[in-house]
Design a protein around this ligand. Structure first.
Ligand SMILES: Nc1ncnc2c1ncn2[C@@H]1O[C@H](COP(=O)(O)OP(=O)(O)O)[C@@H](O)[C@H]1O
Ligand SMILES: [Mg+2]
Length: 424
């Protein structure tokens, strides 16, 4: 099959690498891709939101199967357009991607179908939100309804902070149209775990668990980022937690979407918080996490295209997912100053150290070729250095060792990715 992957970050590099190992893959394209993806796929200079161009490209290049990796094109309806053009495509249609695209929708769905989540109210009106906030217990959580690059959630400790936050979201429109509605939610405490799954509309297959690190600085300080590192599996995802989620969360979510005539096919990412009262859903995403994909996919034994085709065809029932009995850690190498301001165009050296090492991966996020053919930094998150190990601790040691193989000006990373493992 000829494959088109849509996206250009570390997640899409991990997807392209898995696809390149499939016996079903012939030609692999990635739009727009990046300098690392270019080693496993042909990069096509079309942006992930240029829907007409992507559909034309797929038709003109005999694409048999398209994989949409990113949230924006999914929520915008790229899967619908591809399928209308006769291209089989992996990912939820627009009416199902709303599970990620609207937090208010997701909360109402969970309430209606008794899926455990934090208590909340949705607001279209700033004045009504303020009235509610004034009567609330603190801390309280404010969430812009729509996509906000992982920045639309504010945890507020006082009434004044919450009023200021509501103003930013709903009046100043700091996150654009995403702030037309706002969720006001009860604050919960507990460990966070991410669980990825494949879904074919009715059947769900759970992948291995993972945990990410969102804040920029060591010790979970500093601003929120797209993610500074991950580990998999999570030692906090116990059998007891798994049983609970299987009983009350995973299949219940898939069934709820079907009942609403929003059949979900693709990846559901469950953002869970393990509270004193049991696991609660923090949020859903409609695609692989980034950098969760970079620790989960290298451990998956299945042929990824077989699994993805089964999702599209409604035949996931026939598939058993298998993961290696080991662990993986990903440490993100970023540009110093991320997520605020940072320089680009720095030459990156050391890639050859990863050659012929099957347990080490250098996933590219923000990289490109300069005019002289050098690979240079081209974003805040530059590379995701992943290593496997027999245990989480070994994987962590290996990943940090491999971060030293790479060199570029302004290289920045967290030094405590996977530190939580020591508390398990
Ligand atoms: N109800 C809540 N209680 C405590 N922390 C929360 C709550 N909701 C979200 N958070 C924190 O905010 C982060 C981001 O929220 P999330 O709903 O995952 O949105 P997004 O990933 O789109 O920014 C979570 O990973 C969690 O750390
Ligand atoms: Mg999240």
């Amino acid at each position: 099959m000829n494959i088109l992957v849509v996206g250009g970050g570390g997640r899409e590099h991990a997807i392209c690498m898995s696809v390149s190992k499939s016996k079903k893959a012939d030609k692999i394209y990635c739009a727009p891709g990046n300098a690392g993806i270019a080693s496993v796929a042909e990069c096509v200079p079309i942006g992930a939101m240029e829907f007409d161009k992507l559909v034309d490209f797929a038709k003109n290049n005999s694409i048999d199967f398209c994989i949409v990796g990113m949230d924006d094109p999914l929520v915008g309806g790229l899967v619908d357009l591809m399928e209308e053009a006769g291209i089989r495509t992996f990912g939820p249609k627009k009416n199902a991607a709303i599970l990620e695209g609207s937090k208010a929708f997701a909360k109402d769905l969970m309430k209606k179908y008794n899926i455990p989540t934090a208590a909340y109210e949705n607001f279209d009106s700033y004045d009504e939100a303020i009235e509610y906030i004034k009567k609330s217990k603190f801390p309280i959580v404010l969430k812009a309804d729509g996509l906000a690059l992982g920045k639309g959630v504010l945890i507020c400790n006082t009434v004044d902070e919450a009023i200021e936050g509501a103003r930013e979201i709903m009046l100043d429109k700091k996150f654009g149209e995403s702030g037309n509605r706002m969720v006001v939610e009860e604050f919960m405490t507990g460990r966070e775990v991410s669980v990825l799954s494949f879904v074919d509309g009715k059947t769900i297959r759970i992948m291995t668990s993972a945990q990410d690190h969102k804040r920029a600085g060591d010790g979970d300080t500093g601003l929120n980022t797209g993610g500074m590192g991950t580990f998999s599996p999570s030692p906090f995802y116990t059998d007891e937690v798994d049983d609970y989620c299987k009983k009350y969360i995973y299949q219940a979510t898939v069934d709820a979407m079907r009942s609403e005539n929003r059949e979900f096919k693709g990846i559901i990412f469950f953002g869970l918080m393990i509270t004193e009262n049991g696991p609660r859903v923090l949020e859903y995403n409609a695609r692989f996490g980034d950098p969760e994909a970079q620790v989960v996919l290298p451990r998956m034994k299945n042929d990824i295209l077989e699994v993805m085709e089964a999702c599209v065809d409604g035949k996931l029932d026939d598939i058993t997912l298998e993961f290696e009995d080991n662990a993986a850690v990903c440490v993100v190498l970023a540009s110093d100053g991320y997520p605020v301001a940072y320089e680009k165009g720095k030459i990156i050296k050391g890639f050859e150290a990863f050659d012929n090492k099957s347990d080490y991966f250098c996933f590219h996020a923000g990289t490109k070729f300069d005019d002289d053919g050098n690979i240079v930094t081209n974003g805040g998150r530059v590379l995701g250095i992943t290593a496997k190990g027999d245990t989480l601790k070994e994987a962590r040691t290996n990943a940090y060792r491999a971060t030293e193989w790479i060199d570029f000006d302004n290289k920045y990373m967290r030094h405590d990715i996977g530190k939580a493992i020591d508390e398990a």
